[in-house]
Design a protein around this ligand. Structure first.
Ligand SMILES: [Zn+2]
Length: 505
């Protein structure tokens, strides 16, 4: 993957905002030279040259916060949120199964067809076992409701999972939770295949790397995938507190390369959750929620401080999940107390007096701008009168903080252009006014926060690059989320090119 021999000229590219075509020489995984178009081609040795026809070049994009396995599972589940009746949901399952190749043979096959997000409260008809049998046939099918408290199964699924269901085919509460957990347990080969596809899809959006906060001992699954040839993305695999001592004992350190990872795998931060979420009203807040309570601080302050001190001793950068303004204050206090910098994940709601503390303490704000638009109504309902400091991207930047953009996939789609669009427009282009538009940042700022601070492609930059079919500084606001990506390179190798570059030999 990172073989030092890879050498290539990207001919006729342009930097955003510029008309001057350039040739970019890649060697040994870095940008070795940049010169006016046409001048590099005259070198003595013939090099593979890809004519990029004036496409725009930017540094490779990172998604700083994903749950990659959950995202891959999500991408292979059927979204039933639009079904307006049980019959419609069943019909969608029938079409999904007809189109889904996950048949195969061997243990665990055929893979259970899983649907998610159905809302039966308003359906005119009621789900039945027979209805889902008719749609899914012998293929096990399990449909998880929007609120996760109900699962609708067919006879084949009941048989596979040893479930007792009546003619409704519905499981509720504990049996539903148990089955939902079981549905996430799939053969490694199936999950790895889905992950490989999800990574290719990410590369097709310009992503060169992800910070993966999958909630598990995450190194070994990634080593297995790398050994099997995974090469679409760089991965920084996070560690959770329960595994900190094991990770330290095995020589893992944040940012350190993991042996056996083909040069693509590094250890990520230590992820520490200290509060809940806005939608469940468990984000820990200074002021009470309209229905009472301040949310939850899920780790006592002393324990958090001890954990951050231990992170410092063992070479781990803490990434503290903090959504509410009280949780952000607690997290900043703990960083200060432990004498270590790091990251706060989400930073959705922050006291004004805390904005400047991010920079002062060396704490990066790892933010997911698409949530600002998905959660605007929940924020207005729960943080009423204070949402001028909700998802405060501009205020954090103005106070000197470093921003790092991400998706929190599967909560939002793993697509950095959705994040860049939300961060710069604060609009979903759905007819509503932009939300708290004073907190929008510029495109240059959003791109820098998606490229680990690399503003532009320069000599010495990693050969992790994206070629675009449009100038990201010039497309209209409404077109930014759908930015056309022409090619992506990691370490000087194409991970995506839509076929046009490969056809040039
Ligand atoms: Zn997350």
């Amino acid at each position: 993957m990172t073989d030092a021999a890879a050498e290539l000229i990207l001919a006729s590219v342009r930097r955003p905002g510029s008309k001057a075509p350039l040739d970019v020489h890649l060697r040994g995984g870095v940008v070795a030279g940049i010169s006016p178009a046409g001048t590099l081609a005259h070198k003595a040795r013939p090099l593979r040259t890809v004519d990029c026809a004036g496409r725009f070049i930017i540094p490779g994009l990172w998604d700083e916060h994903v749950h990659f396995t959950q995202w891959a599972l999500h991408a292979n589940r059927l979204d039933l949120s639009a079904a307006t009746s049980a019959h419609e949901a069943a019909a969608a399952v029938g079409r999904f199964i007809a189109a889904d190749p996950a048949e195969g043979t061997g243990p665990g096959h055929p893979i259970t067809a899983v649907g998610v997000g159905f809302r039966d409260a308003l359906w005119p008809d009621t789900p039945t076992l027979a209805m889902l049998d008719a749609a899914a046939g012998k293929r096990p099918a399990a449909l998880i409701s929007h609120d996760l408290h109900c699962v609708w199964v067919n006879t084949a699924a009941a048989r596979r999972y040893g479930l007792r269901v009546d003619a409704s085919g519905l499981l509720r509460e504990e049996p539903a939770f148990l089955l939902t957990r079981e549905l996430g347990r799939l053969p490694d080969a199936v999950v790895d295949g889905w992950i490989s596809q999800a990574a290719k899809d990410a590369a097709a959006r310009g992503v060169v790397g992800v910070v993966d906060f999958e909630m598990t001992w995450n190194r070994d699954p990634w080593l297995r995938r790398m050994a099997a040839g995974f090469d679409s993305l760089r991965v920084e695999a996070g560690v959770y507190p329960a595994d900190l001592e094991r990770a330290a004992a095995e020589g893992l350190r944040t940012d350190r390369e993991v042996p056996g990872g083909n040069g693509l795998l590094r250890t990520g931060p230590l992820k520490v959750l200290i509060d809940g979420s806005l939608n469940t009203r468990t984000a820990y807040c200074v002021d009470p929620y309209p229905f009472g309570g301040h949310g939850l601080l899920t780790v006592p302050i002393d324990e958090l401080r001890a954990l951050l001190r231990r992170a410092r001793e063992t070479g781990f950068v803490p990434a503290v999940h903090a959504i509410g303004d009280a949780a952000n204050r607690v997290a900043l206090d703990a960083f200060e107390h432990a004498g270590i910098g790091g990251r706060i994940e989400h930073a959705q709601f922050v006291r004004r007096e805390d904005f400047a503390r991010f920079a002062a303490l060396g704490v990066v704000a790892s933010v997911q701008p698409a949530h600002a638009l998905d959660d605007r109504d929940a924020a207005e309902a729960n943080w009423s009168g204070r949402t001028d400091r909700a998802f405060p991207l501009r205020s954090l930047l103005d106070a000197g903080a470093t921003l790092a953009l991400g998706s929190d996939a599967p909560v939002a789609a793993l697509d950095p252009w959705a994040a860049v669009s939300a961060a710069t427009t604060r609009s979903s282009f759905d007819g509503r006014d932009p939300w708290q538009p004073q907190e929008a940042i510029t495109r240059e700022q959003a791109l820098a926060a998606s490229t680990r601070g690399r503003d532009t492609v320069q000599v010495g930059s990693p050969a992790d690059l994206v070629l675009l079919d449009a100038d990201p500084l010039a497309v209209p606001d409404s077109g930014l989320a759908a930015m056309p990506v022409a090619a992506t390179l990691v370490g000087g190798h194409f991970t995506y090119d839509g076929g046009w570059a490969a056809s040039q030999g």
